[in-house]
Every structure is written in structure tokens, then in C-alpha cells.
Design a protein around this ligand. Structure first.
Ligand code: GSH
Length: 446
């Protein structure tokens, strides 16, 4: 059987890649292939036998968790496991979500379970910068406990108990921390006017940025005027640029301060969103339009408080798309080899589907699986060719949706390791092929 995934054919043959007269239709790793077949049969036999005796441990090597615990060095990472809580790991010491949770530390922070709240980030950033020990209690914002609503009248996070005094509203918490723990200071009194101006700008700038990204004014249902939204965002960014110029060094004041802390959450988000969602505004990297803001973003990387709350750009983009339904207007630049890879996949789809069904470990006798495999291959081809990949509409059927996603993930992972260059496609096409698969895998459980 030919194991070549995408045999070069007719019009799609790329003469720069391989001479179709060469015996490329043979698997370049025939020995490896034979070994794989033997091993998988062996495993099946062993697992059948083990299943009869119920002794799975003999069939499958279970992870050596104790050894892995040791290697992972959990204590040194400061990771705490909170049994029966979601999320169950956190770099921050935490207590059960209960009205009776009493902390031995001077600060107890109530924050969101999903770890995304930008206002909680402000508080954590200040706590870390000021070396204040704290415990966290995680509040599920979709199902807030009644006792939390009783003690915090807004019902919002963050809230903090500081030496037994309960404070909410992120900026009020920052002030209370300064009062209670004056050293090291994050608010030098001689610059309080500039700090107040920066704090006010944090609100107007974040509103303008989110309005621009969502295409509508904060609090309004209808679409806004895109040019006005862009101009308003730009003028707030210019205000920030000017404020950063007021003192020497990269920060708002001559030293890192609360003025920086209050801007960190929305600015780290905008820096992540813009290149992926709306590229009219460039905050960072080549073509940066606000040099002081770009230098400020660079300087943050050195701050322990920022590192404690920093997320990766991809998480930010995924969250804003899911949470606010923000759709990118930026056309992701299609990598150079994408069309070539797409063309090969379309031309050879039958062979590819057959190969997946025969070798990816899926139940090829099941018609749902067969359809899901073909659809996934089609979605990948569409992705590579710059077409919108059509996903099945399974919103009303969660079990089938989950099943489809699982099959799609298996197909994509299989093809990712299966493709071989130059056997199947030129090098840049293979890179694009894998990049497209990585992108789809990130979004496969939609
Ligand atoms: N002005 C507040 C805003 C806090 C806020 O909006 N928190 C959000 C999480 S990011 C929240 O608790 N949302 C829950 C809700 O709206 O019910 C502050 O600065 O602390």
C-alpha cells in the first residue's frame, strides 16, 4: 500500500520538489512501519489478556507519579493543589471557598476562579511588588456564593480583607494596601497629582480600547462609528504617551508605581489583541506607533508584579473572542506554502482519508467517524486555501459535538506527524501545513 500521503500528480506536481518518476510512492520508513504494526498488535494482545484478568497495570505502564512529583519539584514552584476546587492549581496560596475561611496572613484576597479578572490583576501585582504575603479565596463569578454577596455589596471581585478590614474596588484596595504597608512605597507623595491623572486615564483608555475592539461604545447596544472609535482610542493612547514623557525612565513616575499598576491589565491585553484582531494600532514590535508605550511594555517584563499576572497573547485573544464575541478584522497573513499544501491535500483527499482511517487508530467501521474524518480533512484544506472552514452544526447535540471534536483532534494530530517533506510537499508547504493544524487544534473544542 502506498503510504505517501500526497502523491504528486498531474497539474499539482511541483517540479522543484521531487521527480515524480522517482519511487516516491514507497514509504521511506518501511522498517519503522513494520515495527509499528507488530508493536500495536502486541499491545492489543497483551491488553486483551490483561483485560480478562482485570489487571490493567500489566498492560499499560502507569505513570510513575511519585517520581514525577519529585522531578516537578512542586514545592519550589510554589504550586498549591486545592482539592475539589476549580482551578485546582494556583501559584498563590489559597483557602477553600467558604465564609469560614480564615487566613493567617494579613491579607486575604477574594478573586475570580477563572484567573482572568483584570481588576484582581492590579491587586496581585501590587501585593507581589510590595512583598506582602496573602491568601486567596476563589469566587466563581457565574455562581457567586450568597455569603460573598452578603459581605461585598457590589458582588464584584476583587475584594480584600486587610488586617480584618474588608475593602472592595481595585483602586480602593490599592490605596488601603499603601496605607497599611507603606514600605516599599508604590505611591511617592510628591507625584500624587501625576499618579491620579494616570489612574483616571486607566479608566478612559481601557474603555476606549475595548469600545474600538468591539466596534461599539461601552454600554451601547448598537454599532459605533469605526472611525470615531479608532480616533478616540488613539487620542487616549497619545495621552498615555505624553504622560510617560513627563518623567525620566520608562514608567509614569520616576519609579515603578501604582500609576503603572493600574494600566497593566488592559495594556497587556491590548498588546496581545491588536496584532491579532485590529492591526490599525501597533503598540509593540516593528512599526510601533507610540515609542514610550512600547518602551513601557518592555520595561514591565522586568517587574515581578507584572510577571505574576502576565498571560500569553494567545490566551488573551481566545478569551476576548469567546467572552465578548470579538471577531478579528485582521486577515492573518497566510504563510507562503499554505496554498501549495492545500492544493495537495485537495488533490489527494481520498488517499489521505483512507490513510487516516487505516492508521490513526480510529474506528473506521463507524459511519460517524468516517464522516468526521472526511470533514476534518476538508476543514484543513479550506484553512490552508484561505477559505472559511465549515464546521458541523452540532450545538444542539453536545455528545456528538464532543465526539466530532475528539475525532477531529485525532485526525489533525495524526496528519501533523504524518506529513513528510519533500516526499509529500515542499518544505515551506509542510511548515504551513503543520502551522494550520496547530491553529485548528487550538480551536478544535469550540
Ligand atoms: N470597578 C471594579 C470592577 C470589578 C469588576 O468588574 N469585576 C468583575 C470581574 S473582571 C466582576 O466581578 N464581575 C462579576 C459580575 O459582574 O457580576 C474594580 O475596579 O474592582
Amino acid at each position: 500500500m502506498s503510504l505517501q500521503l500526497f502523491p504528486l500528480k498531474g497539474a499539482f506536481a511541483d517540479p522543484s520538489v521531487a521527480d515524480p518518476r522517482l519511487p516516491t510512492a514507497r514509504c521511506p520508513f518501511p522498517r519503522a512501519q513494520r515495527l509499528r504494526t507488530r508493536n500495536s498488535r502486541g499491545l492489543r494482545q497483551r491488553s486483551d489478556a490483561a483485560a480478562k484478568t482485570g489487571d490493567l497495570e500489566k498492560a499499560f505502564p502507569f505513570p510513575a507519579w511519585e517520581k514525577l512529583d519529585e522531578v516537578a519539584n512542586l514545592q519550589n514552584l510554589g504550586l498549591e493543589i486545592r482539592k475539589e476546587q476549580v482551578p485546582s492549581t494556583s501559584a498563590f496560596p489559597s483557602l477553600p471557598t467558604s465564609p469560614d475561611s480564615k487566613s493567617s496572613k494579613r491579607v486575604l484576597l477574594y478573586r475570580d476562579t477563572n484567573g482572568w479578572c483584570p481588576f484582581c490583576e492590579r491587586v496581585i501585582c501590587a501585593l507581589v511588588e510590595k512583598n506582602i504575603e496573602f491568601d486567596c479565596v476563589y469566587i466563581d463569578l457565574r455562581n457567586k456564593p450568597a455569603w460573598y454577596l452578603d459581605i461585598v455589596e457590589t458582588g464584584l471581585v476583587p475584594a480584600a480583607e486587610i488586617d480584618g478590614r474588608l475593602v472592595w474596588e481595585s483602586k480602593d484596595i490599592l490605596d488601603a494596601l499603601e496605607e497599611t504597608f507603606p514600605e516599599p512605597s508604590l505611591l511617592p507623595t510628591e507625584f500624587s497629582e501625576d499618579a491620579n491623572a494616570a489612574s483616571a486615564l486607566a479608566d478612559t483608555l481601557s474603555r476606549a480600547g475595548f469600545s474600538f475592539l468591539r466596534g461599539r461604545e461601552y454600554g451601547s447596544d448598537g454599532p459605533g462609528d469605526p472611525t470615531e472609535l479608532l480616533e478616540s482610542f488613539r487620542s487616549r493612547l497619545q495621552e498615555m504617551e505624553d504622560a510617560l514623557a513627563r518623567h525620566p525612565g520608562p514608567f509614569f513616575l520616576p519609579q515603578f508605581s501604582l500609576a503603572d499598576v493600574v494600566h497593566i491589565p488592559h495594556m497587556q491585553r491590548f498588546a496581545a489583541y491588536l496584532p491579532n484582531i485590529r492591526d490599525e494600532v501597533v503598540l509593540h514590535g516593528p512599526g510601533a506607533q507610540y515609542p514610550r508605550i512600547a518602551a513601557w511594555l518592555d520595561a514591565l517584563e522586568e517587574r515581578p508584579g507584572f510577571r505574576a499576572v502576565k498571560s500569553d497573547p494567545e490566551t488573551h485573544v481566545q478569551v476576548v473572542r469567546r467572552l465578548f464575541g470579538v471577531q478579528p478584522s485582521v486577515e492573518a497573513e497566510r504563510p507562503r506554502g499554505a496554498s501549495a499544501a492545500g492544493a495537495r491535500l485537495v488533490t489527494n483527499r481520498e488517499a489521505v482519508v483512507k490513510d487516516v482511517l487505516a492508521n490513526a487508530g480510529l474506528d473506521s467501521g463507524d459511519s460517524f467517524v468516517r464522516q468526521a474524518v472526511e470533514l476534518t480533512v476538508g476543514m484543513l484544506a479550506a484553512e490552508l486555501l484561505g477559505e472559511a472552514p465549515a464546521k458541523p452544526d452540532l450545538a444542539d447535540d453536545p455528545p456528538s459535538k464532543a465526539r466530532f471534536c475528539a475525532v477531529a483532534a485525532a485526525v489533525l494530530a495524526f496528519l501533523r506527524s504524518r506529513v513528510s517533506s519533500p516526499r509529500d510537499m515542499p518544505a515551506d508547504a509542510a511548515s504551513s501545513f503543520r502551522a494550520a493544524i496547530d491553529k485548528m487544534l487550538r480551536e478544535v473544542y469550540w
